[in-house]
Design a protein around this ligand. Structure first.
Ligand code: ADP
Ligand code: MG
Length: 370
């Protein structure tokens, strides 16, 4: 066990890292953030920041020297950097697990090998002749194999003849995936400690707009799906020998769950846990990293999360005073400088004693914020 006041290392300086810092601080830990941006919002909240690229060997050595254990806030940290850090200090999740989650080709291959259902897909490389493609695959989505997020690096493809131009435009290896008629999207966030304990947050339901998460309901309140999601997620954790927080995104198609993708970290759709659960996804991240006991899943309050994208600022500062006057409104602003369209600036979680109350408040909030 790594006990407070140990120092924890965080690769990544965005909002997920910032919440990790806050949870770690509450438990009496110190945190050093590594991020190339000197104005990173996690760095601003931390006890120190190393300003360097994620593959800067000297900076990684310094992080390993100053910290007792290290984690990351996103999957695009080079796996080789995590492998380097692993030679000196505990790194959770492991480089081997992050490597799988950071490349859609590896991720799909792993899930398929593990017997987990995924959308029909195949890998395509730019500048290589197209294989024969079944018309069943279309309409499809072309996704860059690496570095995509919030729907970035994705193109809708109606027929095979559109592929050469799209692939040339991407210029990188891609996964072509059948566009499925989704009956719903769900996510499960869970943590496993080095001792093998597992703690899961409730299954949540997600609604996206333009590839970006718009709204989450926690809990999703579908016991049969929750049991199936837990079974699949625990199978993934076992197959990856995973330690840390993992989020599995699911599609519901024909009444069955398929796995869309995995995130080796807390997730936007897990944010309700900050306000509606006894132990948030970020405290789970700290606990799993430090091998502290993981709490049993307790009942959570009904909650609706609404993301606040930069678009909301186009007519000036939104009416925070009005929003905060509503009961059960938990406003989270991440402290980011510039409100660009599509940029996640914050979120609001509405909690209440029952769903009608939460829904009514969320409705008022939407009317207020536009
Ligand atoms: P990101 O890494 O940007 O989250 P995802 O693969 O999760 O990428 O895609 C973002 C969103 O796009 C999904 O949450 C879903 O709404 C939609 N989407 C992605 N793949 C498919 C698919 N095969 N069929 C239907 N919708 C999809
Ligand atoms: Mg996704």
């Amino acid at each position: 066990m790594i006990l407070p006041p140990a120092t924890l290392g965080m690769l990544g300086g965005g909002q997920l890292g910032r919440y990790f810092v806050m949870s770690a601080h509450r438990l009496g830990y110190q945190v050093i953030v590594l991020d190339p941006d000197p104005a990173s919002i996690a760095g601003a909240a931390a006890d120190g920041q190393i300003v360097a690229a994620y593959d800067d060997a000297e900076a990684l050595a310094e992080l390993a020297r100053r910290c007792d254990a290290i984690t990351c806030e996103f999957e695009n940290v080079p796996a080789a950097s995590l492998a380097l850090l692993e030679q000196h200090k505990p790194v959770r999740p492991a480089a081997s697990a992050v490597r799988v989650c950071q490349d859609r080709r590896e991720e799909k291959a792993f899930l398929t090998r593990a017997g987990v259902p995924v959308a029909p897909n195949l890998t395509l490389l730019p500048h290589e002749p197209l294989p024969a493609l079944s018309s069943d695959l279309f309409p499809a989505i072309l996704k860059t194999a690496r570095e995509g997020y919030d729907g970035k690096g994705q193109w809708t493809i109606h027929q095979a003849s559109e592929l050469p131009a799209a692939l040339a435009a991407s210029g990188v290896p891609c996964v072509l995936e059948k566009r499925l008629p989704l009956e719903g999207e769900f996510a499960l966030t869970l943590a496993r400690s080095p001792s093998g304990a597992i703690s899961a947050l409730p299954l949540v339901q997600n609604w996206h707009s333009g590839g970006i998460l718009d709204q989450t309901r926690s809990p999703a309140n579908v016991p049969a799906l929750e049991a199936e999601a837990q079974r699949i997620a625990k199978h993934i954790i076992a197959a990856l020998d995973y330690v840390g927080v993992l989020t599995v995104e699911f599609f519901l198609v024909g009444g069955k769950l398929l796995v869309n993708e995995m995130a080796p970290r807390p997730h936007n759709s897990g944010h309700p846990s900050i306000d509606n659960a006894g132990c948030s996804q970020f405290e789970l991240q700290v606990r799993a990293l430090c091998d502290l006991p993981l709490p049993a899943q307790a009942d959570v309050q009904p909650a609706i999360l609404l993301n606040l994208l930069g678009d909301l600022w186009q007519d000036g500062t939104p009416d925070w005073a009005g929003a905060l006057a509503l009961p059960g409104v938990h406003l989270h602003l991440y402290g980011k400088g510039e409100a660009r369209p599509g940029r996640k600036m914050g979120h609001v979680t509405v909690t209440g004693r029952d769903w009608p109350t939460v829904e009514a408040t969320a409705h008022q909030l939407r009317a207020l914020l536009g």
